[in-house]
Write a protein that binds this ligand. Structure first.
Ligand code: C2E
Ligand code: CA
Ligand code: CA
Length: 580
């Protein structure tokens, strides 16, 4: 496509987008053609009927045929008025031309034939011209009002660029035509510091300047592609790029916008050199809806900020979505820690006579709207960003305080199991923290069990063993969690001063599907017993699983079959009932 064609095309597509948003839409061309045909037929019938002698019988009266000329003329005039009303400038110009073109004919008729009876025809013609001019001018005023309304709905007040709504309408439009495009999400780097140091007014000036520079690119032929720039809000902009033939074209276009942003900008006698973060996603490869493309482009933009490299342009890649999600989870997690929205549920553990062994404390978290976030989501993030020791400590402290009161209230000898991540375990001060919690909650160390996952122990066995020895010295029990998933060798296991092996749910799940799986679980139980450990199976959901576990000599069960993780009050009820 030639550049000029491209720009024309761009104008067309953007205009059609704006028109689709417009409250008032022009009539299609066929309405104009229909009215034109009706008008021409009407005027033809006027001259035909005016020239005919004779009469027709209508409702029992004889009416001269030439009397119908007036009716046809009135109909023709209605056509030109409707044409002006519905078909804008084209309608008005055509209507006026038709009426003016008719005038000489009528005048000649009057003069040549000395036919005074045709004079009203001239007046009617002139009146029709006045009528359509009034209609047209009035219409134009209304249209201008509509346009200004539409502009206010689709334009950003501060910069005059199309706004978020216009941008999303354009995207929908392109998607409905199945037209390839790239959506670039742009964030101005460190814009807040401009606002903070120069004031809000100057910040606005900067945004206006950026917008006008970028709009100049969009309206020029500088780039090889067809572009559309919009302000999404704050210091965020969206650039839509169409008509590229390669990835390189897209990158070239984005670079033009980046260069333009980086040129010196002077506000209040201060020079700035701005930079931006540009993340983009392509339709249809990266997403097929507005929302998906927006979040992909945004994730790519966040990635540019995160890696902080010299390249400030990145295309979306699937792992960025995870990073973006993790960032959001991290934000929620920090807020939950700050607002005391981390708490615990207690899942009961029983022996096979259904006597309560104790509870496992499991972390729970609420987002600011009060919705629960699954530990399967926030625990891995907490581990990754180094917040797990805080989460562990909160859960441990809160559950121990509750547990202390519970065992006093019912005078029962049960165990509280807490999950401790390796990072927490290795932290300096971990033992002091535990001692402190034990003291504050008034729970005997013998009633506390620390669960450590098997895989983690393999990675850091020496240091872990030291800390675990210290815990044992205090009287605290040790459980090896998720046993069977970490491929630990028997020699590792032998070095661990554990009390309890927890068979991972995945083995319990498939235990009854084959004989070998059942034997595997039986073997774990035997090994545990040989090493002097008790064995508990977790994730037990069905009676059949319970039966098998009993047969192979498992000591305890934890699972939905006998109890889900429970909030404090429900755990209290279980303690009251089951502690026999
Ligand atoms: P986990 O320590 O293996 O905890 C057992 C998980 O299995 C819990 O999931 C529990 O709700 C679930 N579960 C128990 N019985 C059944 C059952 O019969 N069926 C099914 N489908 N699930 C069952 P939850 O609470 O979602 O915790 C997930 C994981 O998050 C835990 O696995 C643990 O690794 C981690 N976690 C939870 N709380 C903490 C904590 O305070 N600190 C640390 N470091 N990790 C924690
Ligand atoms: Ca556990
Ligand atoms: Ca487990």
């Amino acid at each position: 496509m030639k550049k000029s064609d491209r720009k024309r095309y761009r104008k067309k597509i953007i205009e059609s987008t704006l028109d689709s948003i417009s409250v008032r839409q022009k009539s299609p061309i066929y309405v104009f053609i229909l009215l034109l045909v009706l008008y021409l037929t009407g005027t033809f019938l006027v001259s035909l009927s005016a020239g005919l002698q004779g009469s027709v019988q209508l409702f029992g009266h004889l009416i001269p045929i030439n009397a119908f000329a007036g009716v046809f003329s009135a109909l023709a005039n209605i056509c030109v008025i409707l044409m002006t009303l519905w078909c804008g400038r084209l309608g008005y110009v055509s209507a006026l031309t038709l009426l003016v073109a008719q005038l000489p004919g009528i005048l000649i008729g009057v003069i040549r034939g000395n036919n005074i009876r045709s004079l009203p025809g001239i007046f009617s013609n002139l009146l029709a011209m006045i009528a359509i001019t009034v209609v047209y001018l009035n219409n134009k005023k209304v249209e201008q009002a509509y346009i200004s309304l539409r502009d206010r709905a689709v334009k950003d007040d501060l910069t005059g660029l199309p706004n978020r709504f216009a941008c999303s309408t354009l995207l929908k439009n392109l998607i409905s035509r199945d037209k390839e495009f790239a959506l670039v999400w742009i964030d101005i780097n460190n814009f807040n510091s401009i606002n903070d140091s120069m004031g809000y007014e100057n910040g606005n000036l900067v945004l206006r300047e950026i917008a006008s520079r970028w709009e100049a690119i969009t309206n020029s032929d500088i780039t090889e592609t067809t572009d559309f720039i919009a302000r999404i809000g704050g210091d965020e902009f969206a650039l839509v790029i169409c008509d590229y033939s390669s990835e390189e074209d897209i990158l070239k276009t984005i670079s033009r916008y980046e260069e333009m942003l980086g040129e010196r900008l002077t506000v209040d006698s201060c020079d700035f050199y701005l930079t931006g973060s540009f993340g983009y996603a392509k339709y249809p490869e990266d997403g097929k809806t507005n929302d998906k493309l927006g979040s992909c482009a945004n994730a790519a933009m966040q990635e540019v900020k995160r890696i902080n490299s010299s390249s400030r342009i990145l295309r979306f890649a699937p792992d960025m979505a995870n990073d973006a999600k993790n960032l959001e989870t991290e934000r929620l997690l920090r807020a939950a820690i700050e607002n005391d929205n981390i708490f615990f549920h207690l899942q009961p553990q029983f022996d096979f006579s259904h006597k309560l062994r104790g509870f496992e404390a499991l972390a729970r978290m609420k987002d600011p709207d009060g919705n629960m976030v699954s530990p399967g989501i926030f625990i891995p993030v907490a581990e990754k960003v180094g917040l797990i020791d805080l989460v562990d400590a909160i859960v441990f402290r809160k559950s121990a305080l509750f547990f202390g009161k519970l065992i006093k209230e019912y005078n029962i000898d049960i165990t509280l199991s807490v999950n401790v991540s390796v990072r927490h375990l290795m932290k300096n001060g971990f033992l002091d923290e535990i001692k402190d919690i034990i003291k504050a909650s008034d729970v005997a160390p013998e009633q506390i069990e620390v669960e450590i996952t098997e895989s983690i122990m393999i990675d850091s066995v020496d240091k872990a063993v030291q800390v675990i020895d210290e815990l044992k010295k205090l009287g605290i029990k040790i459980a090896i969690d998720d046993f069977g998933t970490g491929y630990s060798s028997l020699s590792y296991l032998n070095r661990f001063p554990a009390n309890l092996l927890k068979i991972d749910k995945s083995f319990v799940d498939k235990m009854n599907l084959s004989d070998s799986s059942k034997q595997y679980v039986a073997a774990i139980v035997s090994i545990g017993h040989i090493m002097g450990f008790d064995v508990i199976a977790e994730g037990v959901e069905e009676q059949e699983q319970l039966d098998t576990l009993k047969t192979v000599g498992c000591d305890f069960v934890q699972g939905y079959i006998w109890g889900r993780p429970l909030p404090e009050e429900e755990a209290r009820k279980v303690a009251a009932e089951k502690a026999v």
